[in-house]
Ligand binder design. Structure first.
Ligand code: GLC
Length: 553
């Protein structure tokens, strides 16, 4: 191994695996996944080679937003286990070299959180100012025109106290008032509580929402999005999202993390955050903010069915080039619990997409089940768990279905005679972990190979990223390099064969192909890629140190 690799923070070289805890594995046998189930599957995760788990919310919650509505930040939801199970999970994961990250939801609580129950009691309550309360507008309506993500105004009127409270999401998720230092202090205590317990960090939810315009000014219509099916997206969000005061709050929050060695602060950005805005949360060389602002660019670009590899590579080039040196580290995700799965979006190109994710300069996020090619599941509305899933085009339950462990009833997720809390969907032969684990050509094997290779080849983790300009249409190419090590990645996202002709270097050796059938020496003067094939090739440093394409085909 290489000194620079060893000296890098663990997340520079690691792979983060996101688990939706209710859907991973049900050890208690009640049809709902649980923490004991995560413990039971740690050997699988260690075999796969992931370095850290990110658990979506595990705290007590009435589940109005699948756990993103917390009613006690310091406990574990009884469906999932208890603090003792959690401690055993941390220990068992540690024994396997796996870290555990939690989801922190600081922007809002559940309406059933004791803080809110107090806050809504009366206007003089000590906790009144812990949430955002405003008088009605002169006509008695909401204080301004802000709209909530999940529909309707961002304000709900409270009859008892005659004021409106603000909720960026559902009315059951009142926003905390981050301008109140006592609120910030309380959330920092939550962070410390879990860091003391051994968690390796947090993915912090809805970060761009925490600071609002102190004058609560109306948002103007956004001329570019008037066609959007959700009214909220037809407004510019200048006053309700990404208020510049966030930066002060993030610096303060970062100090809480920095008091503990090796802890990671990941921030969820809005999907509409521009590249510039996302990058701004890294902070500045004199003051760090978020260690990794979640980069949704790959998801955003590839959600448009007409996307091209050229667009994707332009985005990656910008993100890579603009990530601040000296502390900033890129990250990439192709899916998560809110967005369609990789196999659904990429279809035949899913294997190529996996190679892309694993070979960029930046921490890859793998969403559970994508490594076996799980697709979005069509869920009848009467079985929906997520209310937002009933909004056409926003079926989030579809991507949160039980992990497919083996063939047979309930795919090994829960006992055969139990009804899983979300349907498993149609399962075909080969769709499960058991079938793919020993198949060297499976998607699972394809994920596993670069995860392990990354550990031996620092060029692929901390090495530089050099885009190779003007590859043939429908393809992408880049080089990763560190010291004398060079790894060339070429990806064909099209349904036609493509040939890339490099003049320098002229040969290399295959590390892998997404088709799992190439090894040995390869001529680079005529590198043929099959439809949707991605290949990773070790090359010697070239004469000009950058592989050169002769002419685009
Ligand atoms: C984040 C979560 C999403 C949740 C929302 C409200 O965007 O990813 O699942 O509904 O925050 O907490």
């Amino acid at each position: 191994m290489n000194d620079q690799h060893d000296a890098a923070p663990w997340w520079y070289t690691g792979v983060i695996y996101q688990i939706w805890p209710r859907s991973f594995y049900d050890a208690s046998g009640d049809g709902i996944g649980d923490l004991e189930g995560v413990i039971a599957k740690l050997d699988y995760l260690a075999w796969l080679g992931v370095d850290a788990l990110w658990l979506s919310p595990i705290h007590p919650s009435p589940l109005d937003d699948s756990g993103y509505d917390v009613s006690n930040y310091l406990g574990i939801h009884p469906q999932l286990g208890d603090l003792d199970t959690f401690d055993r999970l941390i220990d068992a994961a540690k024994q396997r070299g796996i870290r555990v990250l939690l989801d922190l939801v600081p922007n809002h609580t559940s309406e059933r959180h004791p803080w809110f129950l107090e806050s809504r009691k009366d206007r003089d309550n000590d906790r009144r100012d812990w949430y955002v309360w405003r008088d009605p507008a002169p006509d008695g309506g909401p204080p301004n025109n802000w709209l909530a993500y999940f529909g309707g105004p961002t304000w709900t009127f409270d009859e008892a106290t005659g004021q409106y409270y603000l909720h960026t999401f559902y009315p059951e998720q009142p926003d905390l008032n981050w301008r109140n230092p006592a609120v910030r202090g309380a959330i920092y205590e939550v962070i410390r509580f879990w860091l003391e317990r051994g968690v390796a960090g947090f993915r912090v939810d809805g970060l761009e929402n925490i600071a609002k315009d102190p004058l609560f000014r109306d948002e103007a219509p956004d001329p570019y999005t008037q066609h959007h099916e959700l009214a909220r997206f037809r407004l510019q969000k200048i006053y309700s999202v990404a208020h510049p005061d966030i930066h002060h709050m993030l610096r303060e929050m970062r100090e809480v993390f920095d008091a503990y060695p090796d802890r990671l602060f990941i921030g969820e950005m809005s999907y509409s955050a521009s590249l510039r805005r996302t990058l701004s949360y890294y902070g500045h060389r004199d003051y760090g903010e978020v260690e990794m602002p979640l980069n949704f660019g790959l998801i955003n670009v590839t959600t448009d069915p007409g996307w091209t590899p050229d667009e994707l590579q332009c985005y990656i080039n910008s993100f890579d080039a603009l990530t601040p040196a000296g502390g900033g580290w890129p990250n990439y995700a192709l899916s998560n619990h809110d967005k369609p799965r990789i196999a659904t979006r990429f279809g035949a190109a899913s294997r190529a997409a996996a190679v892309l994710l694993m070979t960029l300069r930046g921490t890859p996020f793998v969403y559970y089940g994508d490594e076996i090619g799980m697709t979005d599941v069509d869920i009848p509305s009467e079985r929906h768990r997520d209310r937002f899933s009933s909004v056409p085009g926003h079926d989030r339950d579809a991507v949160r279905t039980p992990m497919r462990w083996q063939q047979g009833p309930n795919v090994g997720f829960c006992p055969p005679d139990e009804t899983p809390y979300l349907p498993v969907g149609e399962v075909n032969e080969g769709d499960d972990v058991a079938a793919q684990r020993d198949d060297p050509q499976s998607l699972l094997s394809l994920y596993r190979q670069p995860i392990h290779y990354r550990r031996e080849q620092p060029a692929l983790t901390i090495g530089h990223y050099y885009p190779i300009l003007n590859p043939p249409d429908g393809t992408m190419a880049y080089l990763r390099g560190l010291g004398q090590d060079r790894v060339l990645v070429t990806i064909n996202f099209s349904d036609a064969p493509k040939t890339l002709r490099f003049s320098d270097p002229t040969e290399g050796s295959f590390v892998l192909s997404s088709c799992c059938d190439r090894e040995g020496r390869v001529e680079l003067q005529g590198l043929e890629l099959r439809p949707y094939e991605a290949v990773v090739i070790e090359v010697a440093p070239g004469r000009f140190d950058m592989p050169r394409l002769v002419t685009p085909d």
